[in-house]
Design a protein around this ligand. Structure first.
Ligand code: NAI
Ligand code: CS2
Length: 487
């Protein structure tokens, strides 16, 4: 069948100009989802274009996405990224992927053996917040997580990303091979530190001596990653197929903007991603906090209140002056004051650019998609700034309204009485609490009492309870649009 690897593509599509045959799988990436395809793999493609080095990527999906891996193999691991600006779209074929594996297709051992191959220097991850099996409020390992419990029973046949990494490192140590760097590219505050803490705790429970070996030999750089990459839809794929000249089931569309700030701490070498625009710095944490609080925090605000207000996409919320202004104020008044940025950082310009990016009408980023996994996202995106405002006695009504929006959303019923498909690893627990209270403000202290999401210093703080209750009551009385407009 005609595909991207065996047919002539439209002339304005940019193709890899380097020799793909010389690439080796020196990176194993866990999480061949939407984001990685349009971010790290694309940076790597551009780096290869400029350096001619041999850093290729072996893609692994540990959960779901078998179809994507099968489709990728049928097209020589080539796929398309469509960068959609408000006015034009650039179409690029990415050549940095060398091979792919899936435990359901190839077996667990094949994945472990790949991670233990001598040339592998980096294991990177985009496995979503929940992939770290960590307590969202504290970032430490959740010892009751079902995947963790299963992997501790049978460490040779892991299921979780943590289990794979620990077992692969053990194979390497036993074979006298150098370790690899573990690089998280997820939207998790201090993602490298969270990955390290979860992996060390997991190892401690199974083999304390090996825990010490990991601590001494492995590094876990933090990274700040940014590019808005909505899940692909049939419409996106149809558009890509027209632009490309053939179908590409692995194609993905994203915004033109991209940013990657990486802590330069790699134990076994790294690609020169800086030639493709990445920045290597000593301390990523301020940049991560800036992005998580200002971009992701206001994204979650818009996702819950936008969904409840009847807006399907982030760009739709930006056509409503109330939402647009509230999102900017959420960034500048609620989030920016809590940050400690290096001198010269212009947060006002950053917020203005974010509003511009959110407005991009070509990007159909669903409020429902961003609303997913709120229990994992809210602590990262709002917990730190909430603490800041409580300490400083400053106004946090935007954060209180976002949290109230999330509470109204996880009730599972929208403002028109239609049911909401709430996706969250804690959905059952949250639903049980909501069902107990119904659409009543008494649900606010009950949800704030879930300590895995809200540590007691926040969830039991009377000011927080009062402010979130006020916002929740307004959502019940006036609806989301009026509540946002009144902010
Ligand atoms: P996606 O839904 O397309 O892909 C999710 C990936 O995570 C899949 O490869 C899946 O196999 C893997 N996964 C899911 N649960 C897992 C688990 N428990 N353990 C191991 N792997 C698991 O999502 P997408 O868009 O690729 O986003 C993934 C993550 O990337 C996000 O959660 C976020 O942390 C980060 N990110 C996403 C951006 C975006 O705009 N899409 C931008 C910046 C960061
Ligand atoms: C979004 C992010 O899905 C979400 O929760 O807030 O994936 C967002 O699109 C990215 O972080 C942008 O870099």
């Amino acid at each position: 069948m005609k595909n991207i690897a065996n047919t002539t593509l439209n002339s304005d599509v940019s193709l890899p100009q380097y020799d793909r045959k010389t690439l080796k799988s020196r990176i194993v990436h866990l999480g061949f989802g939407a984001f990685h395809r349009a971010h790290q793999a694309l940076f790597t493609n551009e780096m290869l274009e400029k350096t001619g080095s041999d850093w290729g990527i072996c893609e692994v999906n540990l959960f779901g996405g078998e179809d994507l891996i099968e489709a990728l193999r049928l097209q020589d691991h080539l796929y398309t990224v469509a960068e959609k600006g408000a006015e034009k779209t650039d179409v690029k074929v990415i050549g940095s992927v060398t091979e792919s594996l899936h435990p359901e297709l190839d077996g667990i051992q094949a994945v472990l053996e790949k991670m233990a191959e001598p040339q592998v220097s980096i294991v990177s991850m985009t496995i979503t917040e929940k992939g770290y099996c960590a307590d969202p409020a504290t970032g430490t390992l959740d010892k009751n997580n079902p995947l963790v419990l299963a992997d501790l029973q049978t460490p040779e046949t892991p299921k979780s990303a943590l289990g794979y990494i620990v077992q692969a490192l053990k194979l390497r140590r036993d074979r006298g091979l150098a370790p690899f760097t573990v690089m998280s590219c997820d939207n998790v505050q201090e993602n490298g530190h969270v990955a390290k803490a979860a992996i060390l705790e997991f190892a401690q429970l199974s083999d304390p001596d090996f825990r010490d070996w990991i601590e001494t030999h492995v590094t876990f750089p933090c990274t700040m990653v940014d590019r808005i990459v909505p899940a692909a839809t049939p419409e996106t794929l149809a558009e890509i197929s027209t632009l490309l000249g053939c179908e590409d089931p692995c194609g993905i569309a994203c915004e033109p903007f991209r940013q990657w700030v990486i802590e330069d701490n790699f134990v076994a070498g790294r690609p020169e991603w800086d030639v493709a625009g990445a920045e290597f710095v000593e301390d990523v944490v301020p940049y991560e906090e800036m992005k998580l609080r200002m971009l992701n925090g206001s994204h979650s605000f818009l996702a819950y209140l936008g969904y409840l207000g009847g807006y399907d996409h982030i760009s739709d919320t930006m056509t409503d002056e109330g939402y647009r202004k509230a999102a900017f104020d959420m960034m500048m008044k609620a989030q920016a004051p809590s940050l400690n940025m290096p001198e010269g950082t212009d947060l006002n310009a950053y917020a203005t650019l974010l509003i511009d990016r959110f407005t991009n009408p070509s990007l159909k980023h669903r409020t429902w998609q961003i609303a997913m996994d709120g229990s994992q996202k809210i602590p990262q995106r709002m917990g730190g700034s909430l603490k800041y405002h409580l300490t400083n006695g400053s106004d946090f009504s935007w954060i209180a309204t976002a949290i109230a929006g999330w509470m109204r959303y996880v009730s599972g019923v929208d403002e028109a009485d239609n049911s909401i498909d709430v996706r969250d690893p804690m959905a059952d627990q949250l639903r049980a609490i909501c069902d107990q209270h119904g659409l009543n403000v008494s649900v606010v202290p009950a949800l704030l009492g879930v300590e895995a999401i809200f540590p007691a210093e926040l969830g039991q703080n009377p000011q927080v309870i009062e402010a979130v209750s006020r916002a929740y009551q307004s959502l019940l009385d006036n609806g989301a649009r009026a509540t946002v407009a009144a902010l």
